[in-house]
Design a protein around this ligand. Structure first.
Ligand SMILES: Cc1ncc(COP(=O)(O)O)c(C=O)c1O
Length: 412
């Protein structure tokens, strides 16, 4: 265990996620850097969220935009959750992970004709659409196919007082036109989808929206389901940051839905809140230098492996396995000269030396999923930890991945 400094500059203990010996074994076995996911933490979080919502007609749909690893998706499936798909690629991954098409909810934006056709042919039954044009296109594609089922349709809600200046969704003023479109295609518009915006830790931002969202949904004569989206935050700062209160959220939503005249199905699409905590990116220190009292730690990973802290301004705690209690202002830098290649610009770590292992915490969401080949470093492997047992769930990439899809002719 080591200490870091919280936003009020007081030293706080940042716990390493597991024993140093285990971290070393993992790096020796699978190479460094390495994404590690802890099954017990994931199960715990899934169960915590599931139990927080007492409303009996609730379905959880994990947002795989945050993490598309099949073995992890399968854990959600085993815990009784379905999948939220943002894109056809999410559907494809979900089907490969073993979800039934009926367990997959599409809530996304701007599909073309072929993608809608593909999703319907895959058998996905629930679609929350973003615009009247998407609704028209969807209905036209549906009518051109001879499916053995009728998909259920919902609208994504755009209400500036709740959703700010979001580009997403349809205003209630347009619901009448939307109903005319679905009626003409013989389909019912039975759902409303609300997305608060990602990473919201203020529970009240959700609770205060509930009455307005439900009132808007009641503007749909065939209203049958409410999808309260994702966007639930995660407390990335272990000290001094607000944490989303699942229990309060679940109780408040339950109370309101219990009072609805008809039985409404509730869909919840947690993303980061469900999976952030179980993931750690292990990296090895390859260089240490000092600039005055600032420790500059070079590690063998890069923002291309984990883009959120540097490119998107997010914060992730970093821990090291050193018992030294004296902490130094530290910058953790990636293994390129890209000017933004920092895994952290402002952490506090003990003096480190080459060969030390660091753990970048809470990287289960938008970690590997947002990694890229920018800077031309192949991606790390992913490993699942079940107690002390570990298994590979995605291979480390080789340099060949950088040329795999290139079409290169040396002729002049
Ligand atoms: C419709 C919808 N639901 C859920 C999510 C998951 O978001 P979060 O990780 O903020 O929970 C997203 C993210 O893009 C989304 O667009």
């Amino acid at each position: 265990m080591v200490k870091a400094i919280d936003s009020s500059s007081r030293p706080v203990a940042i716990e390493t996620p597991f024993r140093l010996e285990l971290a070393q074994t993992l790096l020796e076995t699978y190479g460094s850097p390495l994404y590690v996911y802890q099954r017990d933490r994931l199960d715990e979080t899934i169960q915590h969220i599931t139990r927080s919502i007492p409303y009996p007609h609730t379905q959880f749909r994990f947002a795989s935009v945050t993490n598309g690893n099949l073995s992890l998706l399968n854990i959600f499936r085993q815990n009784g959750w379905g999948l939220h798909a943002n894109t056809p690629g999410d559907i494809y991954l979900g089907l490969h992970a073993g979800f039934e098409p009926i367990q997959i909810v599409y809530s996304g934006s701007n599909l073309d004709r072929f993608e809608i056709e593909q999703a319907l042919n895959w058998g996905v039954t629930t679609y929350n659409l973003d615009s009247l044009d998407q609704l028209r296109l969807f209905c036209a594609v549906y009518q051109s196919l001879h499916l053995g089922f009728s998909p259920r349709l919902g609208l994504r809600l755009n209400l500036p007082e709740l959703t700010g200046d979001s580009r997403i969704g349809v205003h209630p003023d347009d619901f009448t036109r939307a109903i005319a479109i679905t009626d003409a295609a013989g389909l019912a518009l039975s759902g409303l989808h609300f997305y608060r915006g990602t990473g919201t830790n203020a529970t009240d931002a959700f609770v205060s929206a509930m009455d307005t969202v439900i009132a808007a949904a009641q503007g749909l004569p065939d209203w049958r389901y409410l999808d309260f989206g994702g966007g639930f935050g995660y407390p990335y700062r272990h000290r001094g940051g607000a944490a989303f209160d699942w229990h309060q959220f679940g109780t408040e939503l339950d109370r309101r839905l219990q009072h609805c005249e008809r039985s409404i199905e509730l869909v919840i699409e947690p993303g980061r809140s469900a999976i952030a905590r179980c993931g750690t990116l292990l990296a090895t220190v390859v260089s240490v230098k000092w600039q005055g009292n600032v420790q500059i730690v070079g590690v063998d990973t890069t923002v291309a492996n984990l883009s959120v802290p540097s490119v998107h301004g997010g914060y992730r705690e970093i821990a090291a396995w050193r018992s030294d209690t004296v902490l130094h202002p530290t910058q953790v830098c990636g293994n390129t000269t890209y000017s933004r290649d920092y895994l952290s610009k402002s952490c506090a770590l003990p003096a480190l030396t080459t060969g030390d292992v660091i753990a970048i915490l809470d990287v289960g969401a938008y970690g590997y999923a947002m990694s890229s080949h920018f800077l031309h470093r192949p991606r790390p492997a992913e490993v699942l930890l079940e107690q002390e047992a570990h298994r590979l769930i995605r291979q480390r990439e080789a340099y060949s991945v950088l040329v795999d899809h290139q079409v290169f002719s040396s002729s002049r």
